[in-house]
Design a protein around this ligand. Structure first.
Ligand SMILES: [Zn+2]
Length: 408
């Protein structure tokens, strides 16, 4: 495996593959956005910080990236919560959407090119559902329109399940479906959040929302689709089935990237355990740079733990990094000519080491080690450099640190 080539773990093939940028040079990337019925929490931060780091590194390598994220503002959970609060569902959703965008900004996530609401794309979803019925892979029943899973033999490939196993996973219980594994494309509702369609009033299923939005903006096929690993089944499996059954173009997405789970003090974060930490609360106790540093101490695919103790340790390590950087910046360059060549070597060695780590499926923990070693070395020998070399070293360090976003 060459360290010069970016290798990414593709959930679809279950192995690391060389990342090939498309011929026009623009990497098209879609990440599943939040369902906006409440404040976003650290589980969301895990995914969105991971993809922020991925985008920043792709740009560091010189790629252009078109990064799209959907906003799920049409969903059962929103309708239910709005009903309890006696609120209009879309009003409620857009309030939490605004809070979400604020939290993303608070985390220093700045590279999403476009956020697209499900409610603004209903006609595109209706068109896709109609297309799937025409292809004979979807059917209408009393309660809605369903995708008939057995008509798409590749279903189960992403999550590694056989057709028999799929039949045992009884999702979306509904007596009007032909088969238990079929999933909804359209649900009929006479009131509430609903739109007119050829199948009566109702609203789209979650899976078709994302397929319709991403294909309308990024095209029938694109490069990267990301999300939390818990979305692999059934959500992403369904997305592949919808897109490929509709267009016949394979693969729908070339690289599927998934982030690991986040636990709080070793336990799953959940409302019933009362240990849900909102992003805005975490940002009250920690700066964005501190949170970004802490999240980067875990590889994006491995499970991570959030605990006050561990965060405190990470914060003191970040402090060491900054102290060394400031010490280096404060040194008066002596300009010893015999040191310049050696220093150029130190800089290029650090850059090579940084790329080697990040090229290995975005290994941020390894990249942090490289940054620590680099700045320690700079602090040690900074006073022997000339001004030009010092500036070069500082720029190099900042460029790499900015991929992780730990200096601002
Ligand atoms: Zn999605």
């Amino acid at each position: 495996m060459s360290s010069k080539q970016l290798m990414v773990y593709n959930s679809l093939t279950r192995r690391k593959q060389a990342f090939q940028a498309p011929p026009d040079g623009e990497v098209k990337m879609f990440v599943c956005g939040p369902t906006v019925y409440d404040y976003v929490h650290l589980g969301h931060a895990r995914t969105y910080l991971a993809f922020d780091l991925i985008v920043r590194y792709l740009k560091f390598l010189g790629h252009r990236v078109n990064y799209l994220m959907n906003i799920t503002d049409v969903a059962e959970r929103i309708v239910q919560r709005a009903g309890r609060l006696k609120r209009d569902p879309l009003d409620l959703a857009h309030e939490y959407e605004a809070a979400f965008l604020e939290d993303m900004k608070g985390l220093g996530i700045r590279d999403v090119d476009r956020y697209e609401r499900a409610s603004d794309s209903i006609p595109k979803m209706i068109a896709q559902i109609g297309g799937l019925i025409d292809k004979g892979v979807a059917y209408e029943s009393e309660t809605g329109v369903y995708f008939e899973v057995k008509k798409f033999p590749k279903f189960g490939r992403l999550s590694g399940q056989t057709y028999e196993e799929l039949g045992l996973r009884r999702l979306e219980l509904c007596s009007s479906k032909r088969n238990p594994e079929d999933f909804s494309l359209w649900r009929k509702y006479s009131e509430g959040l609903a739109w007119d369609s050829p199948w009566g009033r109702g609203r789209p299923g979650w899976h078709i929302e994302d397929t319709a939005i991403s294909m309308a903006i990024l095209g029938d096929t694109y490069d990267v689709h990301g999300g939390a690993s818990e979305l692999i089944f059934p959500h992403h499996e369904a997305e592949i089935a919808q897109a490929e059954a509709l267009t016949g173009k394979i693969p729908f997405v070339r690289y599927w990237l998934h982030t690991g789970l986040l636990n709080v003090d070793g336990r799953k974060m959940s409302k019933s355990l009362g240990n849900v930490i909102r992003i805005r609360d975490a940002l009250r106790e920690n700066s964005a740079a501190e949170l970004r540093y802490y999240f980067a101490t875990f590889h994006y695919r491995e499970p991570m733990v959030f605990s006050k103790e561990k965060v405190a340790k990470a914060k003191s390590k970040l402090e060491t990094l900054r102290t060394n950087l400031n010490y280096f910046l404060a040194t008066e360059p002596a300009g010893l000519s015999n040191e310049m060549k050696r220093m150029s070597g130190v800089i290029s060695k650090a850059e090579v080491a940084f790329r080697r780590q990040m090229n290995n499926d975005f290994n941020a923990p390894g990249a942090l080690d490289v940054l620590h070693n680099f700045v320690r070395e700079l602090a040690k020998v900074g006073s022997r450099m000339d001004q030009e070399t010092k500036e070069k070293a500082e720029a190099s360090f900042r460029r790499m640190a900015d991929v992780i976003g730990i200096l601002s």
